[in-house]
Design a protein around this ligand. Structure first.
Ligand code: PNW
Length: 490
């Protein structure tokens, strides 16, 4: 295949996929007559009644108030205060000052019409030393937030770990390098469940192993900034999934009956280069293998043979009991989905090859955020098919944009709307195919501390002027409000 041909084929395919999401099959249209077809074309873009539209943030990215009410430092406080680690040496000291402004922020959500809000709990607020004595004043912030959400008709979904590990645990035991951290995480999860599940019915244990482990302990560009030797790194991965399993068990043991628990993982999603049975099967296999160290072992209670063979002598040490704990059944699976990994079938033993994006492949403002709406179709599709999952949430999806206010003070983020419209069309296609996606949390409610990128990279539906803390809805907020109001892609 020549370069040109493959490029043209790809463009045609992408176009067909986007169209396929929003049109009724031609045969059906002919059968129903022109007028009926028009009506159906409108409803064909709809989501099922009760689909849960939400938005998301995370503690260190929005809260600020890092030394208030007994909170002690997390690894992100230490990391961001180390010169040269974060763009412009930005820190989360103030961030969006959400700790003090949460009531106003709940009103922003209400104006959008969201039914659910995914936030994260800062472990070092609740257990300032990671383990030992809890700090009720720290937990109280989440009591206030949850009450405010419920009073405004918004369902709280809480994440227990969105990367702000108590620094004390990193110092004392080496953070996720130690099983003690997994144990401490389980205890913290149980404590939170005991105190919040009278009102919080959905809990996510951990956000994105794929990011904090690889970036924080593997290549050192996120906190705690380590580049561990292979064997130690793979052991840290294992301790992470063990911590997840212990947390699921603790939440079940100490939460109110009816508490539902899951995970928010950014699984790598294999997207078939062309939607033929062979490439689709290859993409499915690739998805299982690319996530062997996290979601696959959690769902299957086993590391894949290929994963263990790849690691060889550096493979982690574990017991059969560990695997049972790690795979404690969950009530739902949450997936953060941003960009595709293209896969094609081949004749190798694995049956697949990952196809790297050509240099000209388009991305959004973040260089890693390749545009690939079909990933929001294939991600949940693979999860449902590979592991027979009956309840899936898209726990994050969204995009950065350069977001410069216009002369009238408004932010016309047409690129974010373009991204969302195309991704949501593919999500709608998944739901119409019967993939059990129950809700969608748009990242993010407002611009915030974007980790190593600091405040330069904006993902919000609301523009935040960090000098004044003023929030301004962007054009995409109006778009999302319309999607929610009509329960359809608009
Ligand atoms: C997620 N990637 O991070 C996080 O859960 C959020 O805290 C973050 O703000 C958001 O996505 C936007 O970045 C990711 O390289 C970081 O594929 C990196 C990747 C994906 C998600």
């Amino acid at each position: 295949m020549t370069d040109q041909l493959s490029r043209r084929t790809f463009a045609k395919l992408a176009g067909a996929a986007a169209l396929g999401a929003s049109t009724v099959p031609l045969a059906a249209q002919a059968a129903q007559g022109a007028q009926a077809a028009t009506l159906q074309t409108l409803t064909a873009r709809s989501f099922p009644t009760g689909f849960l539209w939400g938005t998301a943030t995370a503690s260190y990215q929005v809260e600020g108030a890092v030394a208030e009410d007994g909170r002690m430092p997390s690894i992100w406080d230490t990391f961001s205060h180390t010169p040269g680690k974060v763009a412009n040496n930005a820190t989360g000291d103030v961030a969006d000052d959400h700790y003090h402004r949460y009531k106003g922020d709940v009103q922003l959500m209400k104006a959008l019409g969201v039914k659910a809000y995914r936030f994260s709990i800062a472990w070092p607020r609740v257990f300032p030393q990671g383990s030992g004595a809890p700090n009720p004043k720290g937990l109280d912030f989440y009591n206030r937030l949850v009450d405010e959400l419920l009073a405004n008709g918004i369902e709280p979904f809480a994440t227990l770990y969105h990367w702000d590990l108590p620094q004390a645990l990193q110092d004392r035991v080496g953070g996720w390098e130690s099983r003690d951290t997994a144990q401490a995480f389980g205890n913290y999860a149980g404590y939170v469940a005991e105190h919040l599940t009278d009102r919080v019915k959905h809990i996510f244990t951990i956000n994105e192993f794929g990011a904090f482990m690889e970036l924080g302990y593997g290549i050192g560009i996120h906190a705690p900034g380590l580049k561990l030797p292979k064997a130690r790194f793979y052991q840290a991965r294992h301790n992470g999934v063990l911590g997840h399993g212990l947390a699921v068990q603790a939440i079940r043991a100490r939460g109110k009956p009816g508490t539902r628990v899951g995970i928010a993982e950014n699984l790598a999603v294999g997207v078939p280069v062309i939607e033929t049975p062979e490439h689709i099967q290859a993409a499915e296999r690739a998805t299982r293998e690319m996530n062997a160290q996290y979601l696959t072992v959690i769902m299957e209670g086993k590391y894949t043979d290929a994963y263990l063979a790849r690691l060889g002598a550096d493979a982690p040490h574990f017991t059969p009991e560990d695997l049972k704990t790690i795979s404690t059944p969950m009530d739902f699976v949450g997936t953060n989905i941003y960009q595709p990994t293209f896969v094609r079938a081949d004749a190798s033993p694995s049956g697949f090859t990952i196809v790297p994006n050509p240099p000209s492949y388009p991305h959004m403002a973040s260089p890693w955020l390749f545009m690939g709406p079909e990933v929001l179709y294939w991600g949940p599709h693979h999860v449902a098919k590979l592991w027979n999952v009956k309840e899936i949430y898209i726990t994050e999806n969204g995009t950065s944009s350069s977001d410069v206010p216009a002369a009238d003070g408004q932010v016309y983020d047409t690129d974010r709307i373009m991204y969302l419209r195309n991704y949501l069309s593919q999500l709608q296609r998944a739901v119409s195919d019967g993939v059990p996606v129950k809700g969608y949390f748009l990242w993010s409610l407002m611009d915030n501390f974007e980790w190593a990128d600091g405040y330069g990279n904006r993902f919000g539906l609301h523009y935040v002027d960090y000098a004044t803390q003023r929030r301004t809805p962007k054009l995409s907020a109006a778009f999302y409000r319309e999607v929610i109001a009509r329960n359809a892609v608009v």
